[in-house]
Write a protein that binds this ligand. Sequence first.
Ligand code: ADP
Ligand code: MG
Length: 483
Amino acid sequence: MNQWEVVIGIETHAQLSSVSKIFSGASTAFGAAPNTQACAVDLALPGVLPVLNRKAVECAIRFGLAIGAQVAPKSVFARKNYFYPDLPKGYQISQFELPVVQGGAITVAVGSGDKAYEKTVNLTRAHLEEDAGKSLHEDFHGKSGIDLNRAGTPLLEIVTEPDMRSSDEAVAYARALHALVRWIGICDGNMQEGSFRCDANVSVRRPGAPYGTRREIKNLNSFRFLKEAIDFEVQWQINEIEEGRAIQQATVLFDPDSGETRMMRSKEDAHDYRYFPDPDLLPLLIPADWIDRVRGELPELPNQKRQRFIAQFGLSAYDATTLTASQEIAAYFEAVVGIAGAANAKPCANWVMVDLAARLNKEGREIGESPVSAAQLGGLIQRIADNTISNNIAKKVFEALWNGEGASADEVIEKQGLRQITDSGAIAALVDEVIAANPGNVAEYRAGKEKAFNALVGQVMKAAKGKANPQQVNALLKEKLAG
Ligand code: ADP
Ligand code: MG
């Protein structure tokens, strides 16, 4: 058997949205001039002491509760020692043996349509740590610049078990995690600015065999790169093994231009870092009442909302997943259903996921910037449901609302005279006219050509300026042509 199983575990660094750094009062704002947001603690001047930021801890608690993990009543900060120019202390403050969040799981939807399935990814841990500074290699002709603005920025490192079995599962997990940290307000998720970056640990094995040796692809900052990097790496490892070479544990980088992964360094082990508890910091104690308060403040979570959408509105798992991709989309959808009624939940879902999404996409807008409000869209869907307008005309009304040509669907329908013609006498008159004016089509239809019928429907709709009720037009035409 020439079959290989892929094994993936992901480590994610999520930058926590606190105003100041994890152990100092300096600002975490992105984009300031180099070294203007690095205070004595971030610069590691002698004699300074770290003071833990309460907000960062609160973010970790929120996350732990959101994934059903154990929030450790006592956790410990440790020094992870290594030398790098952007790390002036010579060590990073992180957590090692006792992380603040332990266990937990995230269930994600993978694929769509018939091939869709659910996958639960178990988490090992999530721990608090500080980010390092940045080395700037580009602007300084043969020298490097060091910007310590990022030094001390609070991170939550979120580590999964090696549970994923394909790049699609890895991307589904990363997307769900990205949505979750934004949903609970602990990370802005800005991947360009590096607020959310993933390391993918990849190995291959024969099904049933022990885990193979992994290589870790560092710092993937888009979902597309995550997928491309894993796919390349898997193929590379399979080739190596099939050609008789063993995989060496290593840290690799993905080059988006070539689509290849390249070895950066052979992988260091925990003992290389000489971890030990940081004597400058007390153990982190989180009393139960703090956890209870944070639990009380959590919003309905994406998975809960998703289950509720399925149960309450009869939506498919796929629709429910799409509509809970962010809190903004979910809130918009619920507001639309609130107006149009739960009986119209499916058309509401379609309008939000298809028509509105396409229109927003075309102009590169977020749902929060939609010129058509949820109330306006809900009102529009009501008018489709009660047969005031057809689906086709509704698209016109939607466009008019988008362009600010009316305050509501009703106003646009009245102003532009778009009300559907349902008076069967009026439609019958149009049908008669069209039959009389198109003897060729009529003859063809009677000779068995279905296409000729569609041409006649088109003529009637044209005569009615698109406003005749399509079902009635069809029925009356059939009736009269048969007669
Ligand atoms: P380290 O201490 O070197 O960072 P960990 O044991 O913490 O290593 O694992 C880091 C990540 O690698 C985790 O997400 C874990 O699930 C994943 N991982 C561990 N072993 C494998 C393997 N054989 N194949 C793929 N991923 C793995
Ligand atoms: Mg690790």
